[in-house]
Design a protein around this ligand. Structure first.
Ligand SMILES: CC(C)(COP(=O)(O)OP(=O)(O)OC[C@H]1O[C@@H](n2cnc3c(N)ncnc32)[C@H](O)[C@@H]1OP(=O)(O)O)[C@@H](O)C(=O)NCCC(=O)NCCS
Length: 168
């Protein structure tokens, strides 16, 4: 079993690298996290995740990593990261998702922090991500220390690329 990267938050959540056998569970969690209806929850997902999508991405490999949040033996959140193709010393963070019923307890922040630490362990010096302006997500990531690197307007809204330099 992979070593816990960290644990904490209001719940006794363990954050660690995902085991291969958990890829399907991360897929399910991500579908639920991202595909909730946009209605009253302003934090609903910015991306339409498909069933099995994460599992498929992980199977493809390409030095891709998955980190999970586990509570009571179940996966309740996850995030992926991989080398960011345009820049040899940066990683891309993507598909950060926490099940709706476990939100606002710092689990998203723990997952982002775990990616930063894992990236540093692998010798990277920055984390990059893309977030939709209209979903309020740049505001969320700004609170975690990310700054705006680029803004692109598209049909679905404004896609913001954000960057965080990792301090050794
Ligand atoms: C974004 C997400 C991972 C945050 O998970 P979380 O565990 O609730 O996050 P944290 O507990 O670390 O942070 C909660 C805080 O962030 C705020 N927040 C969460 N999502 C936000 C958003 N989209 N815009 C602005 N603020 C947001 C909450 O209001 C809360 O604020 P508070 O501390 O002042 O009460 C979760 O809402 C989620 O899975 N969303 C759907 C998938 C998604 O959009 N992922 C990001 C793709 S780039």
């Amino acid at each position: 079993m992979p070593q816990a990267l960290m644990s904490g938050g209001a719940l006794d959540v363990v954050i660690r690298e995902a085991e291969r056998s958990e890829w399907a569970a991360i897929s399910e969690v991500t579908v639920r996290a991202f595909n909730e209806p946009t209605g009253p929850d302003p934090h609903a997902g910015s991306y339409r995740e498909v069933a099995g999508g994460i599992e498929w991405l992980m199977r493809l490999g390409y030095d891709r990593h998955a980190i999970v949040a586990v509570f009571g033996g179940s996966v309740i959140g996850g995030v992926l990261w991989e080398r960011w193709p345009p820049c040899a010393d940066a990683v891309a963070l993507f598909r950060l998702g926490v099940l709706p019923e476990y939100r606002n307890r710092g689990i998203g922040a723990l997952l982002v922090g775990a990616v930063e630490r894992a990236a540093q362990v692998h010798g990277y010096t920055a984390v990059v991500l893309k977030a939709m302006l209209e979903k309020g997500l740049p505001e969320y990531y700004a609170r975690l220390g990310f700054t705006v690197f680029e803004t692109r307007a598209g049909a679905g809204g404004h896609e913001i690329t954000m960057l965080k330099r990792l301090v050794p």
